[in-house]
Write a protein that binds this ligand. Sequence first.
Ligand SMILES: [Zn+2]
Length: 86
Amino acid sequence: MNPFKDFDTFIEAETNEENKKILIFIKMRLTAVIKENDKLRFLLAKSKADCVYCGKPAEDFSKCTYGFPGCPRADDLMCGDDVFSE
Ligand SMILES: [Zn+2]
């Protein structure tokens, strides 16, 4: 899935070249920030730190009040090691 599909269409429709450059720059930065955020979410979810969502210690992950895999920590783990591939 490409989260920028509509944004790409928006960029292509921009006729002002300066505005187009700005939009492309924003897309590049946003892409980098999302990737970095996914890495940080994954590392925090895998860490020994208490859950940032439900507060349970890492070893009690399976007892999360959101249920498993209901806790957003599970979503963060789903980012997976592939967030480190280029
Ligand atoms: Zn949790």
